[in-house]
Design a protein around this ligand. Structure first.
Ligand SMILES: [Fe+2]
Length: 467
């Protein structure tokens, strides 16, 4: 029997889970869905059915929300990702801790890479729909019904876990990803994975980072992969002092690992980098040895303590869109702030991944107030060529998700398309799917598909076109 969830800030309001799975056809639509949009938008986030002991938003069981769109009509369904952990919890009627065990021989913490929470990102590669979370293997689901297939159907045989932010190269069709702390929890080991469209692992090579740290995302261009390591370090001895192994420790510096894509990992070179923190990169490209990437830079790691146990100041917990240029030969790194607005969840027109992009799309909050729970209430388009910035404001107190780009047609120019996002309206406590013209964001939604319930705040999502 499911018990009430604990009274916890990340289980209240729209951070709290919903306790049902629904199939809900032909949503009521304000406006009209543009002709030609045919496919599915997937969103994923934490939605715990059970909570045992302490809770953190990052560790709730994943739930997928799918909006299947065709001929102007929107059908919706939501399903939990039926990981072995969630199946066990349902069978037992109570929550379980993450499957992390102490190895009796080595004394090290080890986790079962096929017993995670699959709550961070969901994307398609070839015919595979995979739910991702950085401590575990990819988890396969059926793209239409959202029936869970499980671990081991895609990228089987990778060493350790895979990031929730792999990159798909539109030219080769390959997916590039990485894992961290792959030997054991707290280790410096990382892996570089390449997986083909059939889901076959092409490489999964182990290398060592300068130190053990939480690493959420990375950078890929046509010729290089870059592994930026910022000092959100992992030290098990901190459990005794500050109660948590991860803390931001600027004393150890920051590094960017540089590797030619076709080179062995033994050739990774580590460049010294400015100390800051990045969860997410918009995109990257290279012109010879000059790599350019756009990132959401934070002064420190938000939501994590400093090494002395103190918490970041409010102003330091705001991420801002920043352009990095890295000369991989000389090691010179320059940074320029693009937009002085608190932002996250950067996305591009994915047809231009790993190549020079002109357009960026982000969730933003230009009127951020202390105590707003980190909400983003705006969707913003940045045109890097013209310098023009357009914003649509969903209303302070309402929450917007990451905006996912859908091109108008296969031959449309970069950025000529639509942005799909979910919004949560606080007053009515319901969510909707909004569709904006990516080149006229400030005009607001051209269509709003209404749900009768809320989609809890989640992390990431993606578009899968009907073929
Ligand atoms: Fe992420």
């Amino acid at each position: 029997m499911a018990a009430p969830l604990p009274n916890h800030p990340q289980l209240r309001g729209n951070y709290g889970p919903i306790n049902f799975e629904a199939s809900y056809d032909d949503l009521v639509i304000d406006g009209s869905v543009p002709e030609g949009i045919s496919g599915s938008l997937y969103r994923i986030g934490p939605n715990p059915k059970f909570v045992e002991g302490t809770y953190h938003w990052f560790f709730g069981a994943g739930m997928v929300h799918a909006f299947h769109i065709d001929n102007g009509r929107v059908d919706y369904r939501n399903r939990w990702v039926r990981t072995p952990k969630l199946e066990q919890e349902i069978a037992l009627g109570h929550g379980l801790n993450l499957d992390i065990n102490i190895n009796k021989d080595t004394g090290q913490l080890e986790s079962n890479r096929r017993n995670g929470v699959a709550n961070t990102h969901i994307l398609t590669h070839g015919d595979h729909l995979i739910a991702l979370e950085e401590g575990s293997h990819p988890f396969s689901m059926d793209p239409q019904s959202l029936t869970s297939k499980g671990y081991g159907h895609y990228g089987d045989g990778i060493n350790g876990a895979m990031t929730a932010h792999p990159k798909i190269d539109p030219e080769t069709g390959e997916l590039h990803g990485f894992g961290y702390m792959t030997d054991h929890f707290g280790s410096k080991t990382m892996t570089y994975h390449v997986i083909d469209r059939s889901g076959r692992t092409l490489r999964s090579d182990v290398f060592e980072a300068p130190y053990a740290a939480m690493i959420h995302d990375f950078v890929m261009t046509r010729d290089y992969v870059l592994f930026p390591i910022f000092p959100l370090t992992c030290d098990m001895s901190r459990i005794a002092t500050i109660g948590f192994p991860f803390a931001f420790d600027r004393s150890v510096g920051a590094y960017i690992g540089v590797l030619k894509r076709d080179a062995p990992v033994s050739q990774i070179r580590w460049l010294a980098a400015p100390v800051c923190f990045v969860f997410h990169y918009l995109n990257a490209w290279n012109d010879g040895p000059k790599v350019t990437f756009d990132a959401i830079d934070f002064p420190v790691a938000p939501n994590f303590p400093s090494a002395d146990g103190s918490n970041p100041a409010h102003a330091d917990a705001q991420g801002k869109l920043t352009r990095w240029t890295v000369d991989v030969n000389s090691g010179r790194i320059d940074r320029d702030r693009t937009l002085d607005v608190a932002s996250e969840f950067p996305r591009i027109d994915d047809r231009f991944a790993a190549a020079r992009h002109r357009h960026g799309f982000i969730a933003s909050a230009s009127q951020r107030a202390k105590g707003d729970g980190g909400l983003f209430n705006e969707i913003t388009h940045v045109d890097y060529d013209s310098g023009k910035v357009q914003t649509w404001d969903a209303g302070v107190g309402n929450g917007v998700s990451e905006p996912v780009f859908v091109e108008k047609g296969p031959n449309s120019p970069e950025g000529d398309g639509w942005l799909l996002a979910t919004i949560y309206t606080a007053k009515t406590a319901i969510s909707s799917l909004v569709i904006l013209d990516a080149q006229a964001v400030s005009d607001g939604p051209v269509a709003t598909a209404r749900l009768d319930h809320r989609v809890p705040y989640g992390f990431h999502g993606s578009w899968r076109p009907n073929r």
